[in-house]
Design a binder for this molecule. Structure first.
Ligand SMILES: *Cc1c(COP(=O)(O)O)cnc(C)c1O
Length: 461
């Protein structure tokens, strides 16, 4: 296609999109003014839009395309499974080979005490399942009054009513008419923003102690569980101080409440271990997952369930009145099995831990020299930049300036997907990213920070 043709096609798609499509998490008025970017193709870590621009996808889609785009093996497996058995359910005492095979593999790659899985279609549904399962567990143990789930402000656990309530996103809570009862929130372990004069280590303990204080305040006989992402993703890649998780796990054990590690982002190699829980040596009772489970090739999620909970659900008997038409969908499950096989065959997890993760860490840290960057933090293949007005004083910009969003727009114009969470720029590239591509990502990010700085200098004078 020549240029005039591709542009005509683009504006036609944009026109139709604007007329008929309501996008997720989008300001419709702003989008209408601007028009959508249309992504038509992807390969490895790159995307192509309908105007032929190549874009480095620093986010692996939405934190999910861990094995990279364009894997022919995945297409092959999906095609074969569709021909063999495109759909059957797992209700009413039936099953099929792909969901059995995936269950077995998941129990092998997760910690020893996690040997059962409940399948869902997404991370949100996994967290809805967590709510149902946690409450059923305590009910079966004769403690139905243990209902409250404690979560954290600025956590993200999905967008259904239950998952949105569990999450701590103010904008989502403000737009929900009815939030789920029995959910409480405590502070997040975000030292850079909230640590004040404390050292990260002291602050980590303080943030963890907030859990004990909340349990004391509510009464332990009312508290069922604590849920948290090992590293908060959508909240801005918040990497807790080293002291945080050991203290939290101690508190959960002391009070005998369930610990739920939301592994939707941290799972499947992102931290350089199979799961964020492995990295932090957390032994969760429940482990919701999605995204990297299929590298986003098809929608599938699930909850890993500890032996303690699974045995209670089985031994105490009675129907668990919960499930989805597509729980363990055969095509999605077959694709997830192939995804895990690829990760194992190519040693993708150890490569993140020993090679590309350390390389990324070194390169990413170089961005901290930029005048706009107060902190450049990373772990595995998760990275964040805190954009600040004054890095010596840890002084933030006026949110009305929307520095983060403007930087994000500059990035995409310059061929890089880097997401903004307020004034934090975050990345989560595919785990198969090569060193030269890390160089390219960091170089592009640096260039876009310069352009953002330039724009700010021009608007303030
Ligand atoms: C994305 C995400 C979810 C929600 O998953 P969906 O598949 O979008 O429903 C839940 N928890 C975490 C930590 C996530 O990042």
């Amino acid at each position: 296609m020549n240029n005039a043709n591709t542009q005509a096609a683009t504006s036609e798609w944009q026109e139709l999109d604007s007329r008929h499509h309501l996008h997720p998490f989008t300001d419709y008025k702003a989008l209408k003014r601007k028009g959508s970017r249309i992504i038509v193709r992807a390969e490895g870590v790159y995307l192509w839009d309908s105007d032929g621009n190549r874009i480095l996808d620093g986010m692996a889609g939405l934190w999910c395309v861990n094995i990279g785009y364009g894997r022919r093996e995945m297409a092959q497996v999906a095609s074969e499974q569709i021909q063999q058995l495109p759909y059957y359910n797992n209700f009413f005492q039936t099953t099929h080979p792909p969901s059995v095979e995936l269950s077995r593999m998941l129990s092998e790659i997760t910690q020893q005490h996690l040997n059962h899985v409940f399948f869902t279609c997404s991370g949100s549904e996994a967290n809805d399942t967590v709510v149902r399962m946690v409450r059923r567990y305590w009910d079966l143990l004769g403690q139905p009054e243990k209902q409250i789930i404690i979560s954290r402000y600025n956590a993200y656990h999905g967008s259904t009513v239950a998952a949105g309530t569990l999450g701590g996103m103010q904008a989502m809570h403000d737009q929900s008419v009815v939030l789920l009862p029995g959910v409480e929130h405590i502070m997040q372990p975000h030292w850079y923003e909230e640590g004040g004069d404390l050292s990260p280590e002291q602050f980590g303990i303080k943030a963890a102690r907030a859990l004990a204080e909340k349990i004391e305040q509510l009464g332990v006989d009312k508290v069922a569980a604590f849920i948290a992402e090992p590293i908060q993703g959508a909240g801005g890649v918040i990497i807790p101080p080293e002291t945080y998780w050991p203290e939290v796990t101690k508190i959960c054990a002391e009070y005998g409440i369930l610990l739920v590690a939301d592994e939707v982002i941290c799972g499947f190699g992102r931290t350089g271990e199979w799961f964020g829980s492995d990295y932090y040596e957390i032994a969760p009772d429940l482990m919701p997952m999605a995204k990297g489970l299929s590298s986003g090739y098809l929608p599938i999620g699930g909850v890993m369930v500890s032996d303690k909970i699974a045995e209670t659900l089985v031994d105490k008997g009675g129907e668990f009145a919960h499930g989805f038409t597509y729980s363990g969908h055969p095509v999605a499950a077959a694709v997830a099995v192939e995804n895990i096989k690829i990760m194992q065959r190519e040693n993708i997890v150890t490569r993140v831990r020993d090679e590309i993760g350390p390389y990324f860490k070194k390169k990413w840290a170089e961005l901290e020299a930029h005048p706009l960057v107060g902190e450049a933090r990373s772990l595995g293949l998760l990275g964040a930049l805190e954009l600040v007005k004054d890095k010596n004083e840890r002084e933030f910009f006026d949110p009305k300036l929307e520095v983060g969003n403007r930087c994000r727009d500059i990035c995409i114009e310059n061929g890089l997907v880097m997401r903004a969470v307020a004034d934090k720029m975050v990345v989560s590239p595919s785990l198969i990213i090569q060193k030269e591509q890390v160089d390219e990502l960091v170089e592009l990010a640096g260039k876009c920070l310069d352009l953002t700085q330039h724009m700010l200098d021009n608007t303030s004078s």
